[in-house]
Design a protein. Structure first.
Ligand code: HEM
Ligand code: SF4
Ligand code: SF4
Length: 522
């Protein structure tokens, strides 16, 4: 990770840590920005359907129907209108934060370009949907937006007649215009929904629902805001006068004041260039990982790698080598980010194997399993004391150099979930170390999306391959932390070593595995 990016991430994670303290890591909205985006979308959709029932699309009827919704049935229609407005604003806020966060966290390179590039039309569609919504109300703001947008569109050679003419005199505006706007305001969000689905369709187990507590809290906050500060219109549009003073919704309409300063063409050019640059960001120079490869001789077709891969980069295919197994794993190289999570999922990834060469059914060519075993053993050889710890860590958390020492060895992995539980078994039961400590990205925000979750589940015996029951759990610890929590990581590690020292004093036995035995993790 480059220095400026590391700094940006540090700053971001400081704020997130503060949010952790307020919301707890499970409900921290900054870890759920994509899911909150979906949540806001559904609130907008449901409230929009309600408003549609009572909306009347006519030159004067549009404004009057919105007024009736807002004031006559303020307890239902009024709240729905406000929910519609505030959830739309919420969608813009979480979308922009999500964009910045994915960039700062470096989640846009390699196969992730797809989600990023699909995110760009999402931006345009969200703004198009919001702006078309402001036209429908047909108040002074709507008049301003209609005039400014149509004049802006007229700078492009799209229409034979300037469309801005429609909004300068009552006789030129017909009810058909509102029907058209209503159609656009419904069609654009439907296209948006489809694109949002495409956006995440490569993600296995994509987080599209925020945790229940966060969802309820968010909805409750929106309802309170809707009752306390209902969304209202700004007086009926008067086509005889040009609106000069209007209150803007800055989340959607921030471009409009710029249109007073710069020409429409210049603004199109600016937005066009910004769009192209944004879409091109994933191709800025970044290390291209070497994708995982399958070794058919070691693959029994169990499919765990395909289930655990967070990026949908493994598919199961009919067996091609005449072996008795019905399926084999196939890596889709273009989608693989070389996180190694599939290696940790593979039942053949066991370091106990001595008689045959250590090779798993699926391997990272840049970091073979045999290397991992050799690195682990070499790192531990010189360790001293009765609290010897091997730390397996990914490079996404705090600086690891600070924690290595005479009793602590550090082995870095692309993702902690590359470590098959049998490695923990091997290191402890063979007495290479007194304890194994796992650390990676922060709770609920694994860089590889699911690595920390799979690791915890494998250790807890809830997911295959499981950590065998014979491994004393008091000799295994984990600490999930962002780059800003190096101090806490060091403290957690010291506490773990102190516990190991106490265990030694109380002579807690470690079950020694039979030399040469094969682990049957899972
Ligand atoms: C309505 C707006 C959006 C919604 C609702 C949304 C939602 C989501 C969701 C649910 C995920 C999956 C998160 C996970 O399961 O880990 C995701 C991933 C992603 N989004 Fe968005 N997104 C939106 C807009 C954008 C925009 C504008 C961009 C950037 C231009 C973007 C970039 C990404 C990237 C790069 C990922 C992949 C992250 C990874 O692979 O770890 N998204 N989005
Ligand atoms: S290395 Fe990661 S992305 Fe590649 S196949 Fe394995 S789990 Fe999937
Ligand atoms: S987890 Fe290993 S054995 Fe199972 S299908 Fe994947 S590569 Fe083959």
């Amino acid at each position: 990770m480059s220095r400026p990016k590391r700094l940006a991430r540090w700053a971001f994670e400081r704020v997130e840590s503060a949010f952790d303290a307020v919301f707890t890591p499970d409900w921290n909205p900054l870890y759920q920005l994509g899911a909150l985006g979906w949540f806001f979308y559904w609130i907008v959709a449901v409230s929009g359907v309600y408003l549609y029932i009572f909306f009347d699309s006519g030159v004067t009827a549009a404004y009057e129907s919105v007024e009736a919704i807002t004031h006559v049935q303020w307890y239902a229609g009024g709240v729905m209108r406000s929910l519609h407005r505030y959830a739309s604003d919420g969608l813009v806020i979480v979308m922009m934060l999500h964009l910045v966060r994915e960039y700062v966290m470096d989640r846009l390179h390699g196969p992730r370009w797809f989600a990023w590039v699909i995110g760009v039309p999402i931006l345009w569609l969200v703004f198009a949907a919001g702006i078309s919504g402001y036209w429908l109300v047909w108040d002074k703001l709507a008049h301003y937006v209609a005039l400014a947008t149509s004049e802006w569109l007229d700078t492009l050679p799209l229409f034979g007649e300037p469309i801005a003419r429609n909004f300068i005199h009552p006789s030129t505006l017909s009810g058909r215009f509102f029907t058209l706007m209503l159609f656009i305001h419904i069609a654009v969000p439907l296209i948006l929904l489809f694109i949002m689905w495409v956006h995440i369709h490569r993600h296995t187990h994509a987080r599209v629902n925020p945790p229940r507590g966060l969802a309820i809290g968010t909805l409750a906050a929106l309802v309170v805001l809707s009752v306390a500060r209902p969304a209202v219109s700004q007086g009926a549009a008067d086509l005889g006068t040009i609106p000069t003073q209007v209150g803007l919704d800055w989340f959607y309409l921030f471009v409009y004041p710029l249109l007073d300063e710069y020409s429409g063409l210049a603004m199109w050019g600016l937005l066009g260039v910004a769009t192209v640059l944004l879409a091109a960001l994933p191709w800025l120079p970044a290390k291209r990982p070497v994708p995982a490869v399958v070794s058919l001789a070691n693959c029994n077709g169990c499919g765990r790698c395909a289930v655990d891969c967070p990026h949908g980069a493994v598919r199961m295919a009919p067996r091609s080598d005449g072996s008795p197994y019905s399926e084999e794993a196939v890596v889709i190289a273009d989608l693989c980010v070389a996180c190694g999570i599939c290696v940790g999922a593979c039942p053949t990834a066991t370091p106990f194997r001595r008689r045959t060469a250590l090779e798993a059914g699926i391997e990272l060519p840049a970091y073979p399993l045999s290397d991992l075993r050799e690195r682990s053993l070499a790192a531990c050889r010189a360790l001293q004391g009765n609290d010897r710890v091997i730390v397996y860590a990914c490079g996404q958390g705090p600086d690891l150099k600070a924690i290595a020492g005479p009793s602590v060895a550090v082995v870095e992995l692309p993702c902690v979930a590359m470590l098959a539980p049998s490695f923990i078994d091997f290191m402890i039961t063979r007495r290479h170390v007194d304890g194994v400590f796992l650390t990676g990205c922060r709770a609920n925000d694994c860089y590889e999306r699911l690595g920390a979750r799979w690791t915890e589940q494998r250790i807890a015996g809830e997911r295959d391959p499981q950590l065998r029951a014979r491994v004393p759990r008091e000799r295994v610890a984990s600490f999930w932390a962002g780059v800003d929590r190096g101090g806490e990581l060091a403290e957690a590690l010291s506490a773990f070593r102190a516990r190991l020292g106490e265990l030694h004093a109380s002579q807690a036995p470690v079950v020694a595995a039979r030399p040469g035995a094969v682990s049957h993790a899972g």
